[in-house]
Unconditional design. Structure first.
Length: 545
């Protein structure tokens, strides 16, 4: 039964229960206060709206926790998920927390070598995989002896392969009582891998507080933000392996708002879910908003239930924003933050979107969050001066897993140095103008050139290579490689792209290749990527798209 039809019988007003401090506590509180109300509604086409209530979610999380503990899970150890999201994935997330472990979401789009590196680096002994990832999970288990446990999540109507352990059967064999371990806000809750300029992904370690601290600060300040309540219905379509998806899911559930989960992003399915389930809040990256607006049915779909659309991951083109406001008829709020800041630290609120001069701003800091802009020597700059944006948030990361030097470089005296260039205005709004680091944003996905350059450098026809992001009207940016050919001559661009395929995730593949006799460098030999980027970004106000 659609959740929109059930809402009419519910009480008015926001949920008054205590706001949680840990992932382990959250399902326990919700089971007590909202037990029989829907928690997760799977919008997978094959399940036709299968729903778990809060009591079921908590009970299944208890069995996951007991199974992990019986299998010898150590405190703070990583448990990996490689699948689409859904009720079982959320039960896994909370079960890992109740067992004192760290949730590790894996992007199914990554290549096998990339997944193997993350699993080996994290030390994960448990891998929960979906039906579409069964084959690659088996190959990973064969090459990584540390993977002692492989359990299959059932997504839609797809069951575990014959002879393999299914999630439901495994849960049925476990005790159902809550282990009630002492889990604190500073304990490790999740380890999320983000690529780095060295070419190797880094495990961002986030404490339980990272997912609740900012909202707690807002509640303490009497700030309603976007007015969350247990009458909301939330669209969950950014995956849990992404900080935005994990934070959004936990924030929704913490307010008693059920999640409508989509197995993958399909604009038509998203519109159908909004209309059928009466979705009131959604979180999208700008590329998704653009695709939603291009969907032929968008103007014929009843989206009147949608009250707030939160967007982030990259700046939004003003024309898309203006069209979205007109077509969807809801309030828009932009959020800005990093995995290292526990997601959002800054917000451009709905009322700010009514001021044209602020439409290119990222927003202002939330209560409890501080911003500053510094120069190359670390001196704080006045408003209007461009420098590196730094964030001091109660949600900031613990550090990078086994990367003390990288931690010390990024997290200094409680401030996360973002690597983004920008400025503050006199009202405290931050404007992001460029990136100090070389990161490329492709449809909200962070892509670092060093990874791609390392792979391309392995092709015999490449002497030197530089990878940059160039404007792309659909995806925000696309990946462009500039290659200095080896003496034998320039290979075909298609051959270089195929060389990357299988070694990198598809979204990291170059979309275009150009050839040059040499690459611009400083007298000391440092590559000048700004010169390579300049022709593509000429005439644009911002060097991000």
């Amino acid at each position: 039964m659609p959740w929109g039809a059930l809402r009419a019988s519910r009480h008015d007003g926001a949920m008054q229960q205590a706001y949680p401090g840990t992932l382990a506590e959250l399902p326990r509180l919700l089971a007590a206060s909202h037990g029989r109300r829907p928690a997760v509604i799977d919008a997978h086409p094959d399940t036709q709206g299968e729903a778990w209530n809060f009591a079921t979610l908590d009970g299944r999380a208890n069995r996951v926790a007991q199974g992990l503990l019986a299998g010898g899970l150590e405190r703070g150890a990583c448990v990996a998920q490689l699948s689409a999201d859904g009720p079982q994935a959320l039960a896994l997330l909370f079960g890992v927390a109740k067992a004192g472990g760290a949730y590790l979401g894996l992007n199914p789009r990554l290549a096998e070598d990339e997944l193997a590196f993350i699993l080996e680096d994290s030390g994960a002994r448990w891998l929960f995989c979906g039906p579409e990832q069964a084959e690659i999970a088996a190959r990973l288990a064969a090459r990584l002896p540390q993977l002692e446990h492989r359990i299959h999540l059932e997504i839609g109507d797809a069951l575990a392969p014959p002879g393999e352990v299914s999630f439901e059967d495994w849960c049925a064999d476990q005790r159902g009582d809550d282990p009630l371990l002492p889990i604190g806000p500073e304990d490790l809750a999740a380890q999320m891998y983000t690529s780095g300029t060295t070419g190797l992904p880094k495990g961002v370690q986030l404490a339980h507080r990272s997912f609740f601290a900012v909202v707690r600060s807002m509640r303490a300040a009497g700030d309603p933000w976007i007015g969350w309540s247990d009458r909301d219905v939330s669209l969950h379509n950014i995956p849990l392996f992404h900080i935005g998806g994990l934070w959004w899911a936990l924030t929704s559930l913490a307010h008693g708002a059920p999640l409508i989960t989509l197995p993958a992003w399909h604009p038509a399915q998203a519109l159908e879910a909004i209309e059928r389930e009466g979705v009131t809040k959604a979180c999208l990256v700008p590329a998704m908003i653009g695709m939603l607006l291009r969907e032929p049915r968008v103007r014929d779909t009843d989206v009147s239930s949608l009250g707030h659309l939160v967007y982030g991951g990259s700046p939004i083109p003003v024309p898309i924003l203006e069209e979205g406001l007109e077509v969807l008829g809801c309030e828009f709020a932009q959020i800005y933050g990093l995995t290292e800041t526990g997601n959002t630290a800054v917000c451009l609120r709905p009322e700010d979107h009514r001021r044209p001069e602020l439409l290119t701003a990222a927003g202002r800091a939330y209560p409890g969050v501080e911003l500053k802009v510094i120069d190359a020597e670390g001196r704080e700059l006045p408003s209007g001066a461009v420098g590196e944006i730094c964030i001091h948030s109660p949600a900031n990361m613990l550090g990078y897993h086994r990367r003390p030097e990288a931690t010390a470089e990024t997290l200094r005296d409680g401030w996360v140095h973002t690597g983004d260039a920008g400025h503050l205005n006199d009202e405290g709004f931050v404007f992001v103008s460029d990136r100090i680091k070389d990161m490329i944003l492709v449809a909200g996905e962070n892509v670092y050139p060093a990874e791609i350059e390392s792979v391309l450098q392995g092709h015999p026809g490449v002497a030197e290579v530089a990878v940059i992001g160039i404007p792309d009207e659909r995806w925000g940016e696309s990946i462009h490689a500039i290659v200095v050919p080896a003496e034998a001559g320039a290979p075909e661009p298609s051959a270089l792209i195929e060389h990357c395929r299988g070694r990198l995730a598809d979204f990291k593949l170059p979309q275009s290749v150009a050839f040059a006799e040499s690459l611009p460098r400083t007298p000391s030999g440092k590559l000048q990527k700004a010169k390579l980027r300049a022709p593509f970004w000429e005439g644009r106000d911002r060097q991000v798209n």
